[in-house]
Design a protein around this ligand. Structure first.
Ligand SMILES: *Cc1c(COP(=O)(O)O)cnc(C)c1O
Length: 441
């Protein structure tokens, strides 16, 4: 294992990717499916805090957290200790065969942390897509209705049902169909592009649901409170509340997909909290278990418990090692006030990004909350997406050791998802590199 040098942030010993990474990349091509996104092919040997160390000994500043997963930082001792202890105790029994306490404790934490002052129960699963699938299953059973409404730019996963729920064709859906039926797509609020207030956008969306679906057929509206892969789109204030109130007062369920925005990322435990929205069900994954695979559906007990015994489950769901990691992650988030830390990151990064927007006319929008922030690039003075800018920027920063991610339906968004434990110096260093990249194009 390579040790991180904590006195520095980035440290480049070779060009990126270095020779050892390049050799691994050649090996990979023979045996790993070409269908996987190639990302940035530096192969990681170890990681700590906000720093990734690759097989060539280069230290890279991580501004992506493995897509909002390692929010508490890499290799956090509280988590690695909890995982090691649990591995030594036992690694698997299958909760449906012989249960264990850690599963219950994670569900207790979810019931306490998620919004809503009513009894809640949860089911634990392995991936975000599996959580979304289960939320849809439960919503249909509990309401006795078939229709699921999703919105433009949505991302909910890559399984067959979640491909149907996801908006973007390439690369997620193209030629992988046919897709599951009874999924209806309607408009969302996208302030940069629709110019509507929250209530106006909600009225438009509701009118579309009424005409396309009919409320008596509607099981649930499923929505990311801040869209992730779709481009960190923050709906106009009042949109989510208007849509949730209408949905819930018409006998349907409001499901918030908090898989990317949840668990402290936006400066609240959950992104719906910013809007005072109380969903009937919430799906979580990514940031909740410090990098171990764990996901959940948490919801009103009467809805969650409507399912028959044996109707929900899976071999590995709520695996004891992943559950132990989640408990240590949640404890770390509480003890280190990572909700407050996400707000602190926003207080440094957002004004910096707004200054960039004032300087560079290709930046059409700066948006996001907490440590979930983005820049959208367009041809100056228009809303014509400029995907080439996002591509050039990620490639500029990545090759200089600051890992950034692109996103967006049009591929023209740079998203920042730093670990919440990033230091102020590291954050400023990452932002400066971003500014340099924009200036270079
Ligand atoms: C990542 C993501 C998913 C899918 O999660 P997986 O663990 O990749 O299956 C679903 N919804 C949202 C909002 C996501 O960001």
């Amino acid at each position: 294992m390579t040790m991180t040098d904590p006195t520095t942030s980035r440290k480049l010993l070779t060009e990126l990717p270095g020779p050892k990474s390049q050799a691994l990349h050649e090996r990979r091509k023979k045996v790993v499916s070409a269908g996987l996104t190639q990302g940035f092919p530096i192969y990681i040997a170890s990681a700590e805090g906000a720093i990734l160390t690759d097989v060539d000994g280069n230290q890279i500043l991580d501004m992506g957290s493995g897509i909002a997963v390692t929010s508490i930082g890499h290799a956090v001792p509280a988590v690695t200790d909890a995982v090691s202890r649990q591995v030594a105790d036992f690694t698997h029994t299958c909760f449906m065969v012989t249960p264990y306490e850690e599963y219950i404790e994670v569900c207790e934490q979810l019931a306490e942390l998620t919004p809503g002052d009513f009894p809640k129960t949860s089911v634990l699963l392995n991936s975000g897509a599996e959580a979304v699938e289960n939320a849809v299953k439960i919503a249909r059973l509990a309401t006795g209705k078939p229709a699921i409404v999703v919105v433009d730019h949505a991302y909910h996963g890559r399984t067959n049902l979640t491909m149907a729920l996801t908006a973007k064709n390439m690369p997620y859906k193209d030629r992988f169909g046919p897709f599951a039926p009874e999924v209806y797509r309607v408009s969302t609020s996208y302030p940069l592009r629709d110019g509507l207030s929250g209530p106006e956008a909600a009225a438009k969306t509701i009118a579309e649901i009424e005409s396309l679906v009919g409320v008596h057929n509607l099981a649930a509206v499923l929505i990311e409170p801040i869209q992730g892969e779709g481009g960190f789109i923050v709906p106009a204030p009042g949109f989510l509340k208007g849509l949730a109130d209408w949905t819930q007062s018409n006998g349907a369920l409001f499901i918030a997909d908090e898989i990317q925005a949840g668990f402290c990322r936006t400066g609240e435990w959950f992104a719906v909290n910013h809007e005072g929205v109380i969903p009937d069900m919430i799906t979580t994954a990514k940031g909740m278990a410090g990098g171990m695979p764990l996901a959940a559906v948490t919801g009103r007990a009467d809805i969650m418990n409507a399912t028959h015994e044996g109707g929900l489950g899976g071999t590995y769901g709520g695996n004891p090692v992943a559950a132990a990691a989640a408990l240590a992650t949640i404890r770390t988030m509480r003890e280190n006030d990572l909700v407050g830390k996400a707000r602190h990151i926003e207080s440094i990064a957002l004004p910096f990004l707004q200054d960039l927007k004032a300087t560079f006319p290709i930046i059409a929008d700066v948006r996001g909350r907490g440590a979930m922030l983005a820049l959208e690039f367009c041809e100056p003075g228009t809303l014509t997406p400029l995907a080439s800018a996002a591509k050039a920027i990620t490639s500029y920063t990545n090759s200089r050791g600051v890992l950034t991610l692109a996103a967006g339906t049009y591929g023209n968004v740079i998203r920042l998802l730093p670990p919440l434990v990033i230091t102020d110096d590291q954050l400023r260093e990452g932002l400066a590199m971003l500014a340099e990249a924009i200036a270079s194009i």
